[in-house]
Design a protein around this ligand. Structure first.
Ligand SMILES: O[C@H]1[C@H](O)[C@@H](O)[C@H](O)[C@@H](O)[C@H]1O
Length: 502
């Protein structure tokens, strides 16, 4: 264990009047960074659990909410979470700026607990929708602020990986939700209520969590920031505090009014917002969550006898390939991962569309999936092709688009970071809402094959846009990324990242 008495004390004051702190060993700092990442990342687990659990819940509710669920009921129960998430995320961005990152994460944690318990006690469709909405507010707030908090405490060369911990937690939470949903065999009140458990654990961990040091500098609390930076293992915490202060001053000079104005009128900020929000929209509009929410419905439709069990393959592949992204993101880089993986998503989706052409599957109007097929059928060889294509699509999604958009906060400069992340997150949830609300109707009107073709087209457009606009940010300090976007999209500039001066 590290002995504090051996730590060299640096007691001089620098130009900014910041007093240096006792040095902390790299090992202790590393442990702390991991602990904070895991504590904050638990919100990702809840995000994943609460969004994943709906798939098995939908097929288990039957008439427990007082009536047989219609397509509209299912869409409302599913979409109320994303609807509230999209309202909560920009608000969370706002409060993360005025009150700090930590209080927002704490409030989200409280809402996770309350929402889980409320859902498990739901007696009719409306109370269920309300419970899902409370959880949605928590998911929206946490998904805007947790990646931002992690990015702000991470060293530049491991930031991609540490922020990806959140994606690992999300996808892990979705696997747990599927397993729990499967294991409790229809007792959905238990599975939705179980979401309160990790949230209670997180509430305990949040007690000792420090505020983001970059936010502290933004608020002029330099001494406190220096303490946190030194706990996080910065060799020269005075230098990093001055660097961040310098950035804040520069931004104040070029600021032209409100934070929103600053975000829209300063070209680097505007580009950051377009890139972050665009990638979040692409993540969702590529259709992945239609599988998250309705894979059991799809598998019932095409004749699998254990649709919930089969849909577990979707969430497990998502988790396993997010692990791959986690392992390589800081080496391969964000842009390259996207450019390599999106073409495989397109292939997977096109092959799903082909498989559906050969499967006789037309969703009926009442949609408890076990009754969604007019006559029981067994899976044809094309159903197996469909399953493999879906897994292929999910795998390529998970190692690129599933993960990279959550790196969003690194694109923004400090003074607009929380608002920019909040708006980009809101775009994610808006698009999530659109996909959740349109998937079943599209399956009805266009048919399954054409529905998947729509996602192919989205991915094709998305690929071209990423190629044109998404810059590489690996290994850059947060303060350097801003420079990257000053004169353009930074797609070429970052071929020489070391040339960028802070
Ligand atoms: O990054 C996550 C992850 O890919 C999840 O599996 C998905 O359900 C979320 O919508 C997405 O934001």
């Amino acid at each position: 264990m590290h002995d504090e008495s051996e730590q060299p004390l640096i007691v001089d004051e620098n130009d900014d009047g910041v007093t240096s702190r006792p040095e902390v060993s790299k090992q202790d700092a590393n442990k702390l960074i991991w602990l904070l990442t895991l504590s904050a990342g638990l919100s990702g687990l809840l995000f994943g659990y609460d969004t994943g659990v709906i798939s098995s819940t939908l097929v288990s509710i039957h008439e427990d909410l007082g009536r047989t669920l219609t397509t509209l009921d299912l869409s409302m129960i599913t979409s109320s979470t994303s609807l509230l998430a999209l309202i909560a995320s920009p608000l969370a961005g706002h409060f993360a700026d005025s009150l700090g990152r930590r209080p927002v994460i704490s409030v989200a944690c409280g809402l996770f607990i309350f929402g889980a318990l409320f859902q498990s006690a739901a007696t009719n469709v409306w109370t269920m929708v309300l419970g899902r909405a409370v959880v949605g507010a928590a998911v929206g707030g946490a998904s805007a602020v947790v990646p931002l908090y992690i990015a702000e405490i991470s060293p530049a060369d491991r930031r991609g990986q540490l922020v990806s911990v959140q994606s690992l937690f999300i996808t892990g939470g979705q696997v747990v939700a599927y397993v729990v949903g499967w294991a409790v065999m229809g007792r959905w009140r238990w599975s939705v209520g179980a979401g309160a458990v990790p949230a209670i654990l997180q509430a305990g961990l949040l007690v000792g969590m420090p505020e983001s040091p970059r936010w502290l500098v933004l608020k002029g609390r330099d001494d406190e920031a220096a303490i946190v930076f030194s706990q996080l293992g910065h060799d020269d915490c005075n230098q990093i505090v001055s660097q961040v202060k310098h950035e804040v001053k520069e931004e104040q000079l070029s600021a032209s009014g409100s934070m929103f104005n600053e975000l829209i009128t300063i070209p680097a900020n505007r580009r950051a917002l377009i890139i972050a929000a665009g990638l979040q929209a692409l993540q969702q509009l590529s259709g992945f969550n239609s599988l998250m929410y309705f894979s059991a419905t799809i598998f019932a439709l095409v004749g699998f006898t254990s649709p919930i069990g089969t849909s577990l393959s979707i969430s497990v592949s998502n988790f396993v390939f997010t692990l791959l992204a986690f392992a390589i993101i800081d080496r391969v880089g964000r842009r390259r991962i996207l450019l390599y993986s999106i073409p495989f998503m397109i292939l997977g989706l096109a092959s799903c569309s082909l498989a559906f052409m050969h499967i006789d599957a037309s969703p009926s109007d009442t949609v408890a999936p076990s009754s969604a097929v007019s006559a029981p059928k067994s899976p044809s060889p094309w159903s197996l092709v469909l399953l493999c294509s879906l897994i292929f699509y999910v795998a390529s999604y998970a190692c690129g688009l599933g993960c990279v958009p959550w790196q969003q906060s690194e694109l923004f400069s400090l003074s607009v970071r929380s608002m920019g992340s909040g708006l980009a997150t809101a775009t994610n949830w808006t698009s999530n809402f659109i996909v959740g609300a349109t998937f079943l109707p599209m399956m009805h009107t266009l048919g399954p094959s054409a529905t998947f073709l729509v996602y192919v087209v989205v991915c094709l457009i998305g690929y071209a846009w990423v190629w044109r606009c998404y810059p590489e940010t690996k290994n850059l300090e947060l303060e350097q990324v801003k420079k990257l976007l000053e004169d353009g999209w930074g797609v070429k500039a970052n071929e020489l990242p070391n040339d960028l001066e802070v």
